[in-house]
Design a protein around this ligand. Sequence first.
Ligand SMILES: Cc1cc2nc3c(=O)[nH]c(=O)nc-3n(C[C@H](O)[C@H](O)[C@H](O)COP(=O)(O)OP(=O)(O)OC[C@H]3O[C@@H](n4cnc5c(N)ncnc54)[C@H](O)[C@@H]3O)c2cc1C
Length: 481
Amino acid sequence: MTRYRKGALVIGAGPAGLACALELGKNQVKTTVIEREAQVGGLCRTVVRNGNYYDIGGHRFFSKNKEVNELWHDVLKDDILYVKRKSRIYYRSKYYHYPLRLLNVVQNLGLCNSLLCVGSYAWSLLKKPGDDKTFEGWVINRFGARLYKIFFKTYTEKVWGIPCKKLSSDWAVQRIQGMSMKRAILDAVFKNQSRKTKSFIKNFLYPMYGPGQFCQKLQKFTEQFGVDYRCETDVISIHHNHNRVTHVYARQKDSRMSEYHADIFFSSIPISVLLERFDPKPPKEVMDSVSQLNFRSFLVVNLVLNKENIFDDNWIYIHEPKVRVARIQNYKNWSHYMVKDLTKTTLGMEYFVNENDDVWSMTDADLINQALGELQGLNLCPRDKYLEGFVIRVPKVYPIYDEFYQEHLNKIKEYLSRFKNLQVMGRCGMFRYDNSDHAILTGLFAARNFFESHYDLWAVNTEKEYHEELGPYNKDVNGDR
Ligand SMILES: Cc1cc2nc3c(=O)[nH]c(=O)nc-3n(C[C@H](O)[C@H](O)[C@H](O)COP(=O)(O)OP(=O)(O)OC[C@H]3O[C@@H](n4cnc5c(N)ncnc54)[C@H](O)[C@@H]3O)c2cc1C
């Protein structure tokens, strides 16, 4: 077994791990990054297959945070595109523009149904019939039961795999807060540009060759500061003593084991996996909470089709309950550089799944077959246009905000706070359903905490518009979620 001793050890080379390594490297801390996959980037990686580029689900770059925007530009320089968003919702054989357009909604729903939606909205405003703690109740109270059924229920249940009444409204608050019927109508009528919610972002940045290009450039940049990357290396146990992490064991692809010692440790791997790999194990009550944190997994069937134009959206949300696919990405509409031959189209058919459920367990050939059948059923492309395809499965990507997650997360946070030389960061590392800008910020701040800063990573909230004016991230500023 090989032993390494370095100043800092970063587990996971997604945006959080890379940002953390950047800050450590720039400050001359000897840093090793351990990554399970063959390439860096995590959920933000771009996979290249036969000259075509595929994301793990399309990744828009947008942030209200100045530092993150500057980092994207500094790293990518001229390799960054400014993309105009086009996306629609497909539901019961009709396309709805998203963000919604009043005329298009009325045309699709019909006058009678549209009036019933208005009535149900008015009723909800008056009576507030929903339970505001659940996703279902929160949305019904703000949009009415009819619109909830059309625009929220089927898609949300596809994404999370649980009934909307079992989902905490935290997710709605985080993602669709600021969206309201009044604003939707005003925006639809007056084409108002001042969108406030993430779901409404109309333009976004996108690297020419996908988000993985940013991650790989950032890796190269940090290597100039001596950061050492160990890819295809899986951390299998995290050892601790007297509330200090002492070392980790990691297995390489060739099964050889290595032992990594460090003064300080940073982790962006799913928080429950981290604690399951603790040695000795955390107390039973902590492990009970760990077992109650659930993640949704993700699977994307990537296809090359012998058809030049299939649709001109960047992606389409498939609310249609008859098919399992939830979203379809069309990569040439994100960036032409993503596709080798522009007379062909590459699509990413996205499925939200549970690890080892019926879809996850299907063979790749069956998944491709199912995806082609669904594409044809949606009248998007006949199956005989199929040229090639492959499947990417990613476990544990969506932290599920169910009714009890906060209670369990609090117990885990309390336990982890005892470890003064370990910081968790990033999306699944902190069980936060958040974007790459959040991951980057938590990575940067985690590293800065090593140099005597006192950032409360749990309080990082990229939704706050003017972070720099609010001062350091502490509980008083953004509130602890
Ligand atoms: C379908 C989808 C669409 C998205 N769209 C957007 C978008 O449009 N815009 C946006 O900004 N964000 C988007 N995101 C979110 C974005 O991908 C994440 O916020 C970001 O990647 C989180 O970064 P991270 O470093 O925290 O975690 P990750 O990217 O998950 O990185 C964690 C890393 O840890 C590694 N790892 C795990 N276990 C081990 C182990 N045992 N040993 C060693 N390494 C390990 C993993 O391989 C991974 O590389 C999307 C995510 C998904 C799933």
